[in-house]
Design a protein around this ligand. Structure first.
Ligand code: NDP
Length: 309
């Protein structure tokens, strides 16, 4: 009998419980699922950092911590975590992110605000350029960045992507390393941030990298707040080098009411809703990882603690 501890916010328990049972039954696991066990009896923890467990040291027999979140920056440095940590890669979460990124990219590409939201009674001439005339740069070619880049490439955008290691994605010009960063950002019209929050990615969008973009470029950030130097971003918006920033994530969340982003006419704030883990599809991923753990097979989506993601 495997003991599976669910440690997340109480509202998530109600949402996830039926889906986890369905997925565990389907995987043929012999298990007990609960929100409390004596720590030394726990085999797996389904985990969110804002749940009740923060000290993982008493979980001496736990075979893996299975994160409900894709971003692991608030767990990866937890000194009490000695067990393997798997992050969430969920096709429902990915689908949601592709829809959000595509929608916000098309908003700026087509100038939707100008023609729909900003109607002035003026006959504004000029059709938007074609997608293939826009360079879109996706920073981060992981589970989410790759899916977004592929969707935008399917719409004919000139898509460039950047990752830490060399990659190949059909329809996407892939770059890596420091020179790859400047190649992918140079003259880009739309920049999409889907990097994790690590020491190596902090402030990757700063005065210098903003200077590489096409004049009037747009930044879309569903990744993490610390990827952007906020002051440099506001300066670029005020000077007109950057046309707009659509931001879903922030250094402090919820975004404080006095933060200049709220009132800035060239900033769209969305409340960290670009996408989220979907209980049905995510439960299948969790079940598969527990099945693998029990069968002695390698876990999926194992976090590299040194790289921080
Ligand atoms: P992955 O770990 O699958 O992908 C991360 C990508 O970033 C990889 O391509 C990786 O390169 C690249 N990367 C990491 N560090 C560097 C670096 N130093 N230089 C260059 N490239 C780097 O993550 P996901 O795609 O699943 O998620 C991305 C982020 O999206 C999450 O970390 C989270 O912060 C955010 N997120 C936001 C949500 C929202 O609602 N706003 C919802 C879910 C996630 P390589 O391929 O070489 O490893």
């Amino acid at each position: 009998m495997i003991n599976i501890l669910f440690s997340a916010q109480p509202a998530r328990w109600e949402e996830f419980r039926p889906h986890l049972h369905t997925a565990f039954d389907k995987a043929g696991l012999d298990y007990t699922l609960a929100t409390e066990f004596p720590p030394e009896q726990v085999d797996y923890i389904v985990y969110a950092p804002n749940g009740p467990v923060t000290d993982l040291s008493p979980y001496t027999n736990t075979k893996a911590v299975l994160s409900l979140w894709a971003g692991v920056e608030s767990i990866v440095d937890n000194k009490t975590l000695t067990q393997p940590l798997c992050r969430m890669v969920d096709h429902g979460l990915t689908e949601g992110m592709v829809e959000w990124v595509t929608g916000h990219t098309l908003r700026h590409h087509l100038g939707i605000d100008r023609h729909i939201l900003g109607q002035t009674g003026e006959w504004l001439e000029g059709a938007p350029p074609l997608a293939r005339e826009r360079k879109v740069c996706v920073l981060g070619l992981g589970a989410l960045g790759t899916a977004c880049a592929q969707q935008l490439a399917a719409l004919n955008f000139d898509v460039h992507g950047w990752s830490r290691r060399e990659k190949s994605v059909r329809g996407v010009a892939c770059h890596h390393g420091d020179t790859g960063l400047s190649t992918s950002l140079t003259d880009a019209d739309v920049i999409i941030l889907l990097l994790p929050d690590t020491p190596a990615t902090a402030n990757i969008i700063n005065a210098e990298t903003l200077g590489l973009l096409a004049t009037g470029a747009v930044i879309i950030n569903p990744g993490r707040g610390p990827l952007i130097d906020d002051d440099a971003l506001i300066q670029a918006l005020d000077h007109g080098t950057l046309n707009h920033a659509t931001l879903d994530v922030f250094r402090i969340e919820p975004l404080p009411s006095e933060h200049p982003f709220w009132a800035h006419p060239k900033v769209t704030v969305t409340p960290h809703i670009a996408s989220e883990t979907r209980p049905s599809s995510a439960s299948e991923v969790i079940a598969e990882n527990i099945r693998r753990g029990e069968a002695g097979e390698p876990f999926l989506h194992l976090v590299d603690r040194d790289a921080g993601y």
